[in-house]
Design a protein around this ligand. Structure first.
Ligand code: GLC
Ligand code: CA
Length: 536
């Protein structure tokens, strides 16, 4: 298998609005990010996935783009962007841009012309119909919005300010490729492709994900843009199965480096229920099954995994699946260890490296996210109580991940000297970067070590994966390389668990506990996690 830089990379996701505010307007910006590159260099990450910073009316915090080749005023300007690129590259950090091309903003010049001049060629850049069908928006309600002037409806699979592009239109595709090349020429490290599995949609047949032309478009895009460069490309693909993921990421297919699949994330919700119907407790046996399936089915050279617990669309895994109380530090390290030692490219979401937690939303006045607000409106209309709605938002709402990064114990966690656009999590007084850096036992240093291991240890890429049989709440797997075997173990609970595996450990790779004692006692203490090189 041809090796690429991203096989040994760890990616760090930044949500620009919430990372660091450089000018006191309460909104994170590019200069703020640049000012934190030394911190990221210390963490050791290889690339930043930058959530959208393009010109946008910010209906969906930048996932509604009105100009792909300009920077949103709130984030700075192109000079700031070039400075960020230069400064990052100087530290060996690539910048992976978010590519949002399933839809634009309704304020993009293409859509404005399409709507205002119905006989313009731009009309066909979007999807217009005389009658709506049953398609619904991911942000609640119908996916069709009526346009009074022309008497037609346009499709928006997200907010009505995010009209879907018509990928069947060749000119649309060419314009997107030109724009991608514009960014590639600026020296970026790749693209994270927003809801890319939707671009092959057939709206009239109510097919949205994995439409018939999807892979043709991606092959065409690869050839027209990043295929000639060594870039990281990762598609956001909610419905991907291992077979579908292989289609995208098998190197022979010349499509993408990898995709984000969300099967494990599905365990947050009741089976086959809407995302807001959350599960109180994680089904650990099911999680193990899912890990094992993806690790073994995407064999070396056949495809490549992305490894992540959360992102800007998800609550903090530490709060929902770890322990944000007594065992916060230990469970955060455990989650990191068990994830990062699998095969794939790990993604750290900003703040996970210091153990940031969900926000205690009191009521809707604490909430900014369009998805949560639309959900609340619809759920209340349908008879849910405000308490039920708030429970769902506290557990699942996207703003949990979007509260400002916690830098120190000063007001607003040192994120801004002004008033933050979204309130800081009150936990900043104890959970912050300054405190983490000062404590050699902090979560930060576990992440730092995992990132370093990823660069140094070839077995993390090459070794096979084998799930080890254990009691329900223990996750254990082996990574088997020709010359060595590694055992990774995690107690996914706050209780002592039996650990009946005979282990002859020869070397500790990483640990959050006294692993020798755990192995000798055949007992794991709450949230124990470690990796040891073993003799068999
Ligand atoms: C993706 C993004 C999400 C956004 C949506 C529409 O799921 O991650 O934040 O709201 O696409 O662009
Ligand atoms: Ca700012």
């Amino acid at each position: 298998m041809k090796k690429h830089w991203w096989h040994k990379a760890t990616i760090y996701q930044i949500y620009p609005k919430s990372y660091m505010d450089s000018n006191g307007d309460g909104i994170g910006d590019l200069k703020g990010i640049t000012s934190k590159l030394d911190y990221l260099e210390k963490l050791g990450i290889t690339a930043i996935w930058l959530s959208p910073v393009y010109q946008s009316p910010m209906d969906d915090n930048g996932y509604d783009i009105s100009d792909y080749e300009d920077i949103a005023d709130i984030f700075g300007n192109m000079v700031d962007m070039e400075e960020l690129l230069d400064e990052a590259n100087a530290r060996g950090i690539n910048i992976v841009m978010d590519l949002v091309v399933n839809h634009t903003s309704d304020e993009h010049a293409w859509f404005v012309e399409a709507r205002d001049v119905p006989n313009s060629p731009k009309r066909d850049y979007y999807i217009w119909r005389d009658q709506p069908n049953n398609l619904t928006s991911a942000f609640s309600g119908s996916a069709w919005e009526y346009d009074e002037a022309s008497g037609q409806y346009y499709l928006h699979l997200f907010s009505k300010k995010q009209p879907d592009l018509n990928w069947e239109n060749e000119e649309v595709r060419q314009k997107v490729y030109d724009m991608m090349n514009f960014w590639i020429d600026k020296g970026i490290g790749g693209f994270r492709m927003d809801v890319i599995d939707l671009i092959g949609k057939l709206p009239d047949q109510e097919i949205t994900g994995n439409g018939p032309k999807l892979h043709d478009y991606l092959k065409e895009m690869n050839q027209a843009t990043f295929g000639k460069h060594d870039l990281l490309t990762v598609g956001e693909t909610w419905g991907a199965t291992p077979d579908i993921a292989k289609q995208y990421s098998n190197p022979d297919n010349q499509e993408l480096s990898m995709v984000f699949q969300f099967e494990h994330i599905g365990l947050q919700h009741k089976p086959d229920a809407p995302k807001w119907e959350f599960e109180e407790e994680l089904d650990v046996p099911k999680l193990k099954e899912i890990f094992a399936k993806w690790q073994t089915e995407l064999g070396l050279g056949q495809g490549w995994n992305s490894l992540f617990w959360d992102n800007h669309d998800l609550p903090r895994a530490l709060s929902n699946w770890g322990d944000s109380g007594e065992y916060r530090v230990k469970s955060a390290k455990a989650l990191a260890i068990v994830l990062h030692l699998m095969r794939g490219t790990p993604y750290i979401y900003q703040g996970d490296e210091i153990g940031m937690i969900n926000y205690p939303f009191k009521d809707l006045s604490d909430v900014q996210d369009i998805e949560s607000l639309n959900y609340a409106k619809e759920a209340l209309e349908n008879g849910k109580s405000m308490e039920e709605v708030m429970d769902s938002i506290r557990m699942i709402g996207r703003d949990n991940a979007r509260t400002p990064m916690q830098w120190d114990a000063t007001e607003h966690g040192g994120f801004t000297t002004g008033t933050p656009w979204l309130q800081s999590n009150p936990s900043y007084k104890t959970i912050n970067v300054e405190a983490a850096l000062a404590d050699p036992d902090s979560i930060f240093y576990t992440y730092q070590k995992l990132v370093a291991l990823r660069k140094e240890q070839d077995w993390l890429v090459d070794a096979d994966f084998e799930l080890v049989e254990t009691v329900d709440k223990v996750v254990a797997y082996k990574r088997i390389a020709p010359d060595a075997t590694y055992l990774v173990v995690m107690n996914f609970s706050g209780q002592v668990q039996d650990f009946d595996v005979v282990v002859a450990a020869v070397e500790t790779v990483i640990s959050n506990t006294d692993e020798a004692k755990a192995i000798a006692d055949r007992k794991l203490q709450p949230w124990d996690a470690f990796c040891v090189k073993v003799t068999d």
